[in-house]
Design a protein around this ligand. Sequence first.
Ligand code: HEC
Ligand code: HEC
Ligand code: HEC
Ligand code: HEC
Ligand code: HEC
Ligand code: HEC
Ligand code: HEC
Ligand code: HEC
Length: 501
Amino acid sequence: MYPGLFMALLAAAAFSARLAFAAAPVSPETESCLDCHRQIHPGIVAEWEKSRHARITPAEALAAPRAARRLSATAVPPALEGYAVGCFECHGLRPGDHADSFEHNGFDIHQVVSPGDCRTCHPEETSQYAENLMSRAYGNLAGNPVFRDLEHTILGRLRPAKGKPAIEPAAEPTRAEGCYSCHGTKLRVVGKERRTTELAGELEFPVIEGWPNQGVGRVNLDGTLGSCAACHTRHLFAVKTARQPYTCKECHVGPDVPAFKVYEASKHGNLFSSHAAEWNFERVPWTVGRDFTAPTCAACHVSALVTPEGRPVARRTHRMNDRLPWRIFGLIYAHPHPLSPDTTVIRNTAGMPLPTDLSGKPAEAFLIGSEEMERRRRTLQAVCLSCHGGSWVNGFWARFEHTIAETNAKTRDATAVLEEIWKAGLAAGPAGGGSPFDEPIERRWADVWLIYANTIRFASAMAGGGDYGVFADGRYRLNQAVAALEEWHRERRKPKAAGKP
Ligand code: HEC
Ligand code: HEC
Ligand code: HEC
Ligand code: HEC
Ligand code: HEC
Ligand code: HEC
Ligand code: HEC
Ligand code: HEC
């Protein structure tokens, strides 16, 4: 039916088979790195040797048939073309751009290889990733005063004080190990240290604050954002790893963002657990039916997918919101996806940097419109439709969008109670200059949207339904929390009412 693509796929298979046996020549610089590092870091060298970077030169990769091309560059600098992508080809790139560049046994190298370096050979992935919310995860948190306040109430130390407890700010190591372990830290060179080594005598290294870290929005020493190693662990950089749900689980496990937990409990997750050993996680493009028969996170959100006869199902994207009409992670309500990956630019009608009002009204000027939502819905549904009938998918979608409306309405009920509490002066809300997150009753309110409403939506979206949507952090807990808020309010109103003649 698609003879051109079919032939291309056959050629691709032949190409992969040939490369499996080929050894790529190593540059003289990398040869020198290997001489020492084979002895001091056998783990690193072994991983690199197994990687495609060690086996395929950019020139060979550029010659691959279109459908099987793993290199998005149309050309790479001539000096890099004919050698394996070795230690020096990454750690020696753009020495002038990295604040952590240092002289090391005769070479100018840097420790933190950044998306700016990967861009040399993988420009499409790098540009797309820059438009993914993940690349902005540091600034979206650290640059938003409302979210910083939430961070402070979660990571800080509660000290007893008169009235309400005071919160002591968390120290840098706590922040780096807390929120910013996933969101990414801001790296900074803070000095140099000398170390005496057995192999090479005294050597000098830069000291980097905020490192090690492989958060998705890390602010790098060349100013670029993110860490490709968040999903492509160094030094294997294997597509096989990125396609496994465990890679995403490192950060998307909840209970506030329980994508992995609901996936694991879903039919898709069950089929992955039962049959992944028979699937092919290496082939590019990933062929539905032949390589796998139930989706992982990557299949629904990232991968280039084709049918066995070569018909395209979905284009690969590192700008993962291509397939996301909604932002289901409620802050505090679910809403259409933001226009810009930099969410600090958003203002709601109260002037706060939040995508909705406290009443749930979306900050429309900063969010995608219905046409774009429809386009993204179709892009994601095309993936479902490679394994499911239209009625199944439409039925699923109607329920999912109902769940968005249902959980937003329940969040509104809880927020209305808290607004009464603030109005009555029983807690200090934002109108009076207080934090909306620090007092015990406000923390109970945050449970409603941050944990329960989000869990219910993730369970619905990722077809994991079941217990996560109901008893485990789902509707059961949500109603308990709303009932507790109402009771707390009712009890505090009593003495006033009784005191009146
Ligand atoms: C003469 C031996 C030698 C050569 C050649 C050499 N290294 Fe090293 N390298 C070392 C030693 C020793 C260390 C320190 C290991 C330690 O303390 O953990 C080191 C450390 C490093 C580090 C980690 C720095 C840190 O702060 O811990 C990186 C990255 C590195 N080398 C990359 C390279 C690259 C890339 C090359 C080739 C361009 C190279 N090295 C060549 C011996 C060498
Ligand atoms: C494809 C690019 C690439 C190649 C090739 C490469 N590295 Fe790296 N290396 C990275 C990235 C990315 C990191 C992780 C930096 C981060 O994100 O924190 C890293 C980290 C390191 C570190 C510090 C990590 C640690 O656990 O201490 C050392 C040391 C290192 N590389 C040495 C080497 C050596 C030796 C080679 C050659 C065998 C090599 N690298 C080849 C990209 C590369
Ligand atoms: C000098 C060019 C060059 C640089 C720099 C480079 N790569 Fe690669 N990359 C390649 C080549 C060549 C391949 C093999 C392509 C093939 O198999 O056809 C590859 C393959 C890959 C793959 C696919 C592996 C697989 O299992 O299919 C990933 C993922 C990857 N690179 C990530 C990175 C990341 C992340 C960086 C930066 C830390 C980086 N690369 C830097 C040239 C480069
Ligand atoms: C285990 C990893 C992890 C940790 C730790 C973590 N987050 Fe997140 N955070 C995520 C993920 C994953 C998302 C995206 C959820 C989604 O899109 O469904 C996210 C998204 C967010 C957002 C949305 C930002 C925006 O505008 O898009 C905020 C705010 C946030 N987190 C706050 C925090 C705070 C505050 C902390 C620390 C108290 C924290 N996070 C700790 C993984 C983490
Ligand atoms: C190191 C932590 C980490 C890993 C690993 C990770 N994520 Fe994320 N992800 C985040 C954070 C943090 C955010 C939220 C960023 C924000 O809102 O500012 C996020 C956001 C997202 C989004 C929303 C993107 C958008 O533009 O709307 C998607 C989709 C996503 N992740 C999917 C995945 C998938 C699929 C994987 C595995 C292949 C994965 N993530 C691996 C931390 C991670
Ligand atoms: C949130 C997880 C995540 C991050 C971060 C990420 N990737 Fe990927 N990447 C994936 C997934 C999943 C795939 C597999 C796509 C597929 O199956 O078509 C992939 C595939 C690739 C491939 C193609 C591999 C092949 O064999 O064709 C390259 C090259 C690549 N990524 C480069 C990068 C670069 C460069 C960065 C940093 C700018 C990056 N990735 C950041 C998840 C990620
Ligand atoms: C069967 C396909 C499918 C699989 C498998 C899947 N997802 Fe999703 N995912 C969806 C759908 C549908 C949505 C909702 C789309 C929307 O937000 O408009 C979604 C939404 C998301 C979001 C967006 C949250 C937000 O706030 O906007 C993240 C993050 C996410 N998934 C991560 C993951 C991770 C991690 C995995 C694997 C553990 C995974 N997904 C597995 C279909 C899938
Ligand atoms: C690669 C194939 C594949 C893709 C892609 C896929 N699914 Fe599935 N899905 C399956 C299989 C197989 C089952 C198990 C059917 C059964 O129970 O007999 C399943 C089951 C389901 C279920 C049943 C859950 C339950 O326990 O009742 C839902 C709902 C579902 N899928 C929705 C979706 C949606 C929505 C998408 C796209 C966002 C999607 N699927 C993408 C293969 C796929």
